[in-house]
Design a protein around this ligand. Structure first.
Ligand SMILES: [Zn+2]
Length: 161
């Protein structure tokens, strides 16, 4: 069975950055299961897997534009410490949920604290990075009608509900 739109694909993967550091990996856990062609995966990885089949192994390098996007300066803000009222101890790496103008909830991370100036960054942690994947295709099957309706995989490697 070929990987094409609306197939459920299970993959083992390891993701590395330009320096070869492992950022993420499914090894030692369940394979990642996703539905091809519905935006579950970043575009660069999904298109590399299209047409593949069980047992395939591939190495894919994905630029930011086909991954988690480029770094957007307008998502980085410097706030004053007193704007974090109610937060007892502010630390680099803390995450907050911010409400964007369009009502969407955005996760921002404190990236720098300099005296009273606190820098927060709303970019995806992997934005602006080249992503290097080693992928093995573990299984390919048809998606169920329910999975297509929900837009995600049920069972091993997917949602349990
Ligand atoms: Zn579901």
């Amino acid at each position: 069975m070929k990987i094409e739109k609306h197939k459920v694909v299970s993959i083992d993967y390891t993701l590395k950055d330009d320096q070869g550091n492992i950022i993420d990996s499914s090894r030692g856990g369940e394979p990642l299961a996703y539905i091809q062609g519905v935006g579950n995966l970043i575009p660069g990885l999904e298109s590399a897997l299209e047409g593949g089949s069980k047992g395939d192994r591939l190495s894919v390098s994905v630029p930011p534009e086909r991954g988690y996007g480029v770094l957007e300066d307008h998502l980085i803000h410097v706030l004053r410490r007193d704007q974090f009222e109610g937060v007892e101890e502010l630390e680099v790496g803390m995450q907050f949920h911010a409400h964007a103008d369009n009502g969407a909830v955005q996760t921002v991370v404190v990236t720098k604290i300099d005296g009273d100036n606190v820098t927060i960054d709303g970019n995806h942690p992997l934005a602006g990075k080249n992503l290097h994947f080693d992928v093995a295709v573990v299984e390919v099957r048809d998606a169920t009608a329910e999975e297509l309706e929900h837009g995600h995989v049920h069972g091993p490697g997917g949602h349990h509900h």
